[in-house]
Design a protein around this ligand. Structure first.
Ligand SMILES: Cc1cc2nc3c(=O)[nH]c(=O)nc-3n(C[C@H](O)[C@H](O)[C@H](O)COP(=O)(O)OP(=O)(O)OC[C@H]3O[C@@H](n4cnc5c(N)ncnc54)[C@H](O)[C@@H]3O)c2cc1C
Length: 424
């Protein structure tokens, strides 16, 4: 049924990703009348588990980062899903292939020193590109850069050092056997979600906020906007009056590239369960390979930054070809016949994501707080990019949605108290 201006809600949530879910669960626990508008024909956004494959495959988020304090862990378990607490082998090299134990130790020491420099980066020091904190000439710089492309979706010279300093990670990472995306998708049937409903414009000039969608117009007292920054920056939603500060903040928090390729592995038992390989330890353009995740006969390749952007641009099969060539170098040419493409992603080409997760450009770490700041106590912003400390993650997105909904509920009930609320 098309929407009409008679459709009035206390709160309208735009986007049914992890942030939209955080907002919706909070609103559902209140007396607010609300709806969630989602442009896709599915919920989840960048959290998406493929379930029509022999094993569930997370195309977006897969790891419950900071799992020992991740609010999605209890939600997952309460829902009856199974968490695998095996810690990732990132940073190690199975069988020391092309990366001796001594070199791995040396690399880890260089990585620890880089993280110590983030931690000690003075609050009064001007922000710099993270690459400025590398030791000049250190042999591990290309590999540290490769890891930055996995973590931030961009190499260190693109990423603010202050932003990296602000990221809090307990170092505990778990997975959901049935799929992270599947858990998040499980909540939606009980929530007022409208799929296939793209918000085109938000007019906040009058007493009610008017929301124009491809399915008609509705009004709301408050709106929670959870769009990925690349869409906000390109003004996928027209605001009137315009919100140039938000557009600028979103542009300073671009979504980097991170993509996966899943490959079926013949005679998988030859390789250890949950092993890990870097494709190369001397170049930034390399993949990170997770061998036999959950013991399944698969390899998951992970690519970030300029390499992922380039492979996306080359078209279907490019991630697979690149992965096979790196794995043949490491494991021998027989790998060519033992690997079969299951699926590869291209998040940068997804028109409703336009990238994978946000990083702050050097000098712009404060853009996150700016983006998260409510407008007139009735437009609220949420999404991974709004998180002060867990940006780029699903649980960080979820927390911002929850916070934005709390702010909206407070604003509806008590506008004066809402103004006094501290920003996220
Ligand atoms: C390859 C990859 C691996 C990742 N790995 C991890 C991981 O291991 N752990 C982790 O925690 N995180 C990971 N992430 C990041 C995590 O998936 C995201 O940070 C999180 O899901 C973002 O949630 P969100 O709600 O902020 O945004 P989104 O999920 O993007 O939700 C925004 C929603 O808004 C919708 N939308 C867009 N425009 C409109 C419009 N005009 N009208 C209505 N709806 C609209 C979109 O369709 C989308 O559903 C990964 C991401 C990728 C891509």
């Amino acid at each position: 049924m098309p929407l009409s201006e008679n459709d009035h809600f206390d709160v309208a949530v735009v986007g049914a990703g992890a942030a939209g879910l955080g907002a919706a669960l909070r609103l559902a626990a209140s007396s607010a009348r609300f709806c969630v508008l989602e442009a896709r024909t599915r919920a989840g956004g960048r959290a998406y588990t493929l379930t029509d494959t022999p094993y569930p495959i997370d195309l977006g988020c897969g790891w419950l980062h900071s799992a020992d304090r991740n609010p999605l862990v209890p939600l997952t378990e309460n829902r009856g899903y199974t968490i695998d607490r095996t810690l990732p082998a990132w940073g190690t090299q199975t069988l020391d292939l092309g990366f001796s134990a001594a070199d791995q130790q040396d690399y880890h020491a260089a990585s620890d020193r880089l993280y110590a420099r983030y931690a000690n980066f003075g609050v009064d020091e001007p922000d710099v590109p993270s690459s400025a904190l590398l030791e000049p000439g250190c042999r591990w710089n290309p590999l540290l850069d490769a890891v930055s492309t996995y973590l931030s979706g961009a190499a260190l010279d693109r990423v603010s050092a202050r932003d990296n300093q602000n990221y809090h990670d307990t170092g505990v990472n778990w997975r959901v056997i049935e799929g992270y995306g599947r858990v998040l998708a499980d909540f939606w049937p009980a929530l007022p979600l409208r799929l296939g409903c793209a918000v085109l414009a938000i007019d906040h000039s009058g007493a009610k906020v008017r929301i124009e969608t491809n399915e008609g117009m509705l009004t709301a007292s408050a709106v929670i906007i959870t769009l990925p920054t690349n869409l906000l920056a390109r003004e996928a939603i027209r605001f009137s009056p315009p919100l140039p500060d938000k557009i600028e903040a979103a542009a300073a928090l671009p979504l980097g590239f991170a993509d996966k390729v899943l490959m079926a592995l013949d005679q998988a038992e030859d390789w250890p369960v949950d092993g890990h390989l870097f494709g190369s330890i001397t170049q930034t353009d390399t993949g990170s390979y997770h061998l036999r995740p959950f013991g399944r006969p698969l390899i998951e390749g992970y690519f970030g930054g300029a390499l992922a952007a380039d492979l996306e641009a080359r078209g279907p099969g490019a991630f697979f070809d690149f992965a096979v060539s790196e794995l043949c170098q490491l494991l021998g040419n027989t790998m060519r016949h033992r690997l079969k493409l299951v699926v590869e992603t291209a998040w940068g080409q997804d028109p409703l994501a336009m990238g994978s997760y946000s990083y702050a450009l050097p000098g712009h770490a404060d853009a996150r707080a700016c983006l998260a700041e409510p407008v007139d106590q009735r437009l609220f912003f949420a999404g991974e990019a709004c998180s002060s400390h867990a940006f780029s993650t699903a649980h960080g997105a979820f927390e911002t949605g929850d916070q934005a909904a709390l702010q909206a509920i407070t604003a509806l009930r008590d506008p004066i108290a809402a103004k006094a609320m501290t920003p996220r």
